[in-house]
Write a protein that binds this ligand. Structure first.
Ligand SMILES: *Cc1c(COP(=O)(O)O)cnc(C)c1O
Length: 365
């Protein structure tokens, strides 16, 4: 089977794209996940032909049989990555091969046929080339890319689907950090958990998010922006903040993040920050951390800064923590210096404003 760069993707131009003035007005203040570009990419899979019928066409509704597996048993996975516009106009991707690899791992966990990594990367490059006019300037944000895959066989049996549909859509996104990231307030959820050992916590599947929404509602009810999940076995160890990984900065300048034990999503941002922090000479530990100890360490001053990280928001400082006993403030509710320094280092590489010693950045051309 041919894949990767030799895989041909047909292009059928949208006959009625948004006007230039409409597009420019969106690109000035895109928000997040509200507007979509003029096209979408589709690739189909079946057992006879393998991956086939790759095409880029006008963005719009797709037609599916109501019996397709994804509607009933949730066989679905997704990714999130961004295209960045450099100051010299070049268009850059950040570690797309890491997303391609994770997409394969997610597919395997959900008993789906993995999309070959080189085909994922080729599809992303070809699609971004088509939508290059949809990149916001770097003072505004990025083009957020959402690859996803669904089980598309019309069949109600509980078994892996023999047919899949891979799609890629794109949405211009404003950045949070342009205004200086505002620290969030987090709720420690004592009842709800995100992932159990042997479950799907490591896979980027929609079902994990569906299961987290009621916990997010609990956080909102307690006047918090986000929630922190504890482990499912003991309801004791900190795992993630909503859909982001979490880092703690201690008074000795060291950084700590929970280890990848199978219940935590292995973030590309998390991995990149571990590398960058080590290169800065910081001590970095991947260790379990009990929520009760976290509160004690905030009260004693041992905790200096806490932040969450992920592709969408990059780095999100945590200023306040709430649980059923009270509220605790970190770094006076302000973003800390190590948080800001790590964010700047990462963002500068992503936008091509700083050298890229790890070859993380790929140019779309
Ligand atoms: C996507 C995701 C992250 C962050 O991953 P990045 O690759 O850094 O964007 C963290 N936690 C969860 C649950 C996620 O789905």
């Amino acid at each position: 089977m041919n894949s990767g760069k030799n895989f041909s993707i047909t292009f059928e131009k949208n006959p009625s794209p948004l006007s230039e003035s409409q597009r420019k007005s969106i690109l000035q203040d895109p928000g997040f996940g509200k507007s979509f570009t003029d096209h979408m990419l589709l690739i189909e899979y079946n057992t006879e032909q393998g991956w086939h019928n790759a095409r880029i066409k006008a963005y719009g509704p797709i037609s599916l049989d109501p019996a397709v597996c994804v509607f009933h048993y949730g066989q679905e996975i997704f990714e999130g990555l961004k295209a960045y516009k450099a100051k010299d106009g070049r268009i850059l991707l950040f570690r797309p091969e890491a997303n391609a690899q994770r997409f394969v791992n997610s597919a395997k966990r959900m008993a789906m046929t993995p999309l070959p990594e080189d085909l994922f990367i080729h599809a992303v490059h070809e699609f971004v080339k088509v939508e290059k006019d949809w990149l916001p300037d770097q003072s505004v944000g990025t083009l957020y890319l959402r690859p996803f895959m669904i089980a598309s066989t019309p069949y109600l049996g509980v078994k892996p689907s023999p047919n899949y549909l891979f799609m890629l859509i794109a949405s211009p996104a404003g950045s949070y950090f342009s205004k200086g990231a505002k620290p969030v307030t987090v709720w420690i959820s004592e009842f709800y958990t995100r992932a159990a050992s042997g479950g799907t916590g490591e896979a980027k599947c929609g079902g994990n998010y569906a299961a987290s929404l009621v916990a997010q509602q609990e956080a909102t009810k307690n006047n918090c922006d986000q929630l922190v999940f504890l482990d499912a076995a003991e309801h004791k160890w900190i795992e993630e903040m909503g859909g982001m990984n979490i880092f703690f900065v201690f008074d000795d300048g060291s950084l700590m993040t929970p280890p990848l034990t199978g219940t935590i999503l292995p973030g590309v941002t998390r991995n990149s920050i571990l590398t960058l922090a080590k290169a800065k000479g910081l001590t970095v530990r991947e260790e379990r951390y009990a929520a009760s100890q976290w509160i004690k360490d905030i009260q004693s001053g041992k905790i200096r800064e806490v932040f969450a990280c992920g592709t969408a928001a990059v780095v999100s400082p945590i200023g306040f923590v709430k649980d059923k006993n009270g509220e605790y403030t970190i770094h006076n509710g302000q973003p800390g210096p190590i948080t800001q320094d790590i964010q700047k280092t990462l963002v500068d590489i992503q936008y091509g404003n700083a050298p890229d010693p790890y070859n993380w950045v790929q140019e779309v051309k």
